[in-house]
Design a protein around this ligand. Structure first.
Ligand SMILES: Nc1nc2c(ncn2[C@@H]2O[C@H](COP(=O)(O)OP(=O)(O)OP(=O)(O)O)[C@@H](O)[C@H]2O)c(=O)[nH]1
Ligand SMILES: [Mg+2]
Length: 219
């Protein structure tokens, strides 16, 4: 009996949509980045602060991926940026087909950039291309400095590593996190990864991240 490789077929269909997405984004000259992290690392908080601080500099549209609710899309809209919410209803990652539908709802002609917040998970989203120009992995200090070593796939594939919640490293060391260890492990997996230690709460380190992000427009 002939064997059907279902895993390969699903990936191929996803890749076809990813190609369509990248072509649409290229037509509009709109770079797109895919934020991936564990739940609660601060993706939405980072997006809200970035959108607010770059008002008048960078017009950002957001695609929000969550299993349930439109809480994150509402937070983005409160920051006065357009947001489309996708609910995966249990799915552990966004698919390129879902992103394709969401891109049609964004005013691409009036945007400089699209940022996608993937479903909170360090594993599944790494395996599905969405047609983005790059992946951005967010690791927050309370998760521990061993995460690049333990979840290498996403760190190996990402253009940028945002190490968030660095405010928790100060004032009495509530959290043990060796910044150097996390950086060395990430760079061992990915020589060209850009690393920005930041606090979306206090704003520390955010200027370097903004410089990188706005630099993507001029390319
Ligand atoms: N101390 C501190 N807390 C932060 C920082 N950034 C985010 N938080 C807090 O972390 C919690 C989770 O933040 P979110 O932005 O919702 O995280 P998320 O990654 O979008 O979460 P999911 O969408 O559920 O995966 C909230 O209580 C934030 O206030 C930071 O830089 N420092
Ligand atoms: Mg979120």
């Amino acid at each position: 009996m002939e064997k059907v490789d279902i895993g390969k077929k699903v990936l191929s269909a996803n890749e076809a949509y990813a190609l369509k997405n990248s072509q649409l984004l290229a037509q509009h000259g709109t770079p797109c980045f895919n934020l991936i992290s564990s739940p609660g690392s601060g993706k939405t908080t980072l997006l809200v602060r970035t959108i607010t601080d770059l008002t008048g500099t960078l017009r950002i549209g957001v695609i929000e991926g969550d299993i349930q609710t439109d809480i994150d899309a509402q937070r983005i809209r409160a920051a006065k940026a357009p947001a489309v919410q996708i609910n995966t209803e249990g799915g552990c990652h966004l698919s390129a087909a879902q992103v394709s539908r969401a891109l049609k709802e964004l005013p691409l002609d009036r945007l400089d950039m699209v940022l996608i917040e993937n479903v909170g998970n360090l594993v599944c989203p790494a395996a599905f291309e969405l047609g983005e120009h790059g992946k951005i992995v967010v690791l927050s200090v309370p998760e521990g400095d061993d995460k690049p070593a333990k979840y290498p796939g996403i760190f190996a594939k990402s253009r940028v590593l945002l190490i968030n919640k660095i405010d928790l490293l100060q004032g009495g060391a509530q959290v043990d996190f060796d910044l150097q260890r996390a950086k060395v492990d990430a760079r061992r997996l990915n020589k060209s990864i850009e690393i920005f230690p930041v606090s979306a709460k206090t704003g520390e380190g955010m200027q370097d991240w903004y410089a990188w992000l706005t630099g993507q427009i001029r390319r």
